[in-house]
Design a protein around this ligand. Structure first.
Ligand code: S3P
Length: 444
């Protein structure tokens, strides 16, 4: 958590059914990329559905500091006056990416080929996250980036306009790594080709195409050449599936629930949780399927259904990489054992999500066997008590859902970072029927 922010704890209590219709905020991944490409485009782009979260606002502020005028005619809308692919201005100070790994990694790629120096830093959590996965291949493209010991931020990026394209297969499936290298490739000589061990979310590729950059991509491979230009366009950001996920699981678990989530983005590289929950017996139906801004979108109707444990197919892992904290809760409330494997990446997210979920669930009386790359979660009866979110937004929201089922009140510590991805979560949870209250304590 950011040292300066007030500490916020939550209390969640056993809740009645979730009912009605809700809309969750805009997609974080899409919002970051929309600001970045609009800033580098020729002309003025309009972004609707922009996530007003701390992470995405930090990215917008960084581009404003490089001379990009960004208007906000209404909440969730941005008018970005692009400066063109060569038009960013040297910043006066250090860039603060806050809690955002996406912001920092994508910016590292984008800034590596600029003709000015820059420095990227972030909060205490981000300063512990591995950056070698982007600085390593960027160095092979010719970038000059200094990290701290262990490849950690802050990153000092030396201005350098002589990057070369790369043909690269990252050792881990990561949309952030792929995107960083593609963004570096925009200003590199020749072709940049990224081949993935497993396909990851393709928003960078789709959005580059929407802004008029010639790019070829299919699941698992993306290639582009440097030396083109981006054309301003309109971006409509869908509701974030990862934010919807907390309500999808809550409505599945709380008896009597029937909840409709409006306009949820259903990019297939994001919806692995739907497949996993359906294997567990969930009742989730999609209505009004359509395309919006080039993305699949639908209303999701979720009804309560008893869940049973499964072996989560490893092929689903990248498609649900942000949904494991809430899957742990679904598994804890399911009958039988849920086994997760091949998910070691969870240990280097905003927190070590395997350790934090195992520790928190143990406090609620659930047996979890922790493994280096996953866990066995033994479904049981959730008790109340006190858990720590370690300043990890998704862990905080996952335990709020656990509290809706718990036999006694559940206090969740260190929840302020929920504002990074889901401003208004507490109010929306209350509106949907979750008995959740926020307590703020002065000082952290
Ligand atoms: C993201 C990619 C994922 C995800 C993160 C957002 C993105 O990270 O966990 O929340 O916007 O590209 P990795 O690519 O590191 O798996």
């Amino acid at each position: 958590m950011n040292g300066a922010a007030p500490r916020i704890d939550w209390i969640a209590r056993r809740s009645g059914p979730l009912r009605g219709e809700i809309g969750v905020p805009g997609d974080k991944s899409v919002s970051h990329r929309a600001i970045m490409l609009a800033a580098l485009a020729d002309g003025t782009s309009r972004i609707d559905g922009f996530l007003e979260g701390e992470d995405t606002r930090a990215t917008a502020a960084i581009f404003a500091a490089m001379g990009v005028r960004i208007g906000q005619p209404a909440p969730g809308t941005r008018l970005v006056h692009g400066v063109g692919i060569d038009g960013l201005a040297a910043p006066a100070g250090v860039f603060d990416c806050g809690n955002s790994g996406t912001g920092m990694r994508l910016l590292a790629g984008l800034l590596a080929g600029q003709d000015f120096d820059s420095t990227l830093t972030g909060d205490a959590s981000l300063r512990q996250r591995p950056m070698q996965r982007v600085t390593g291949p960027l160095a092979r493209m010719g970038a000059r980036i200094e990290a701290q010991q262990g490849g950690l931020p802050p990153l000092r990026i030396r201005g350098h306009t002589g990057l070369n394209g790369i043909d690269y297969t990252p050792p881990v499936a990561s949309a952030q790594v792929k995107s960083a290298l593609l963004l570096a490739g925009l200003r590199a000589k020749g072709e940049t080709c990224i081949r993935e061990p497993r396909p990851t979310r393709d928003y960078t590729e789709r959005m580059l195409a929407a802004f008029g950059w010639p790019i070829r991509f299919e699941p698992g491979v993306a290639r582009l050449e440097g030396g083109h230009r981006l054309r301003a366009t309109e971006v409509v950001v869908p509701a974030d599936f990862s934010s919807a996920a907390f309500f999808i699981v809550a409505a599945s678990l709380v008896p009597g629930s029937r909840l409709l989530l409006r306009g949820v983005g259903l990019n297939p590289r994001r919806t692995g949780l739907l497949d996993a929950l359906r294997l567990m017996g969930a009742d989730i139906r999609a209505h009004d399927r359509h395309e919006s801004g080039g993305e699949r979108v639908a209303d999701l109707e979720v009804r309560h259904a008893p869940l049973r444990g499964i072996d989560v197919p490893e092929a689903l892992v990248p498609d649900m990489i942000d949904e494991f904290p809430i899957l742990f809760i679904a598994a804890a409330a399911a009958e039988g054992v849920t086994r997760i494997r091949g998910a070691a990446e969870l240990r280097v997210k905003e927190s070590d999500r395997i350790a934090m979920m195992a520790r928190g669930l143990a406090r609620l009386g659930i047996f979890v066997r922790e493994l280096p790359d996953g866990a066995d979660i033994h479904g049981g009866v959730l008790g109340g008590g006190e858990v720590d979110s370690a300043g990890d937004h998704r862990i905080a929201m996952s335990f709020a859902v656990a509290g809706a089922l718990a036999g006694a009140p559940l206090r969740i510590g260190d929840c302020a970072n929920v504002a990074t991805s889901f401003p208004g979560f507490v109010a929306l949870a209350q509106a949907a029927g979750i008995a959740l209250a926020s307590l703020s304590r002065p000082g952290a």
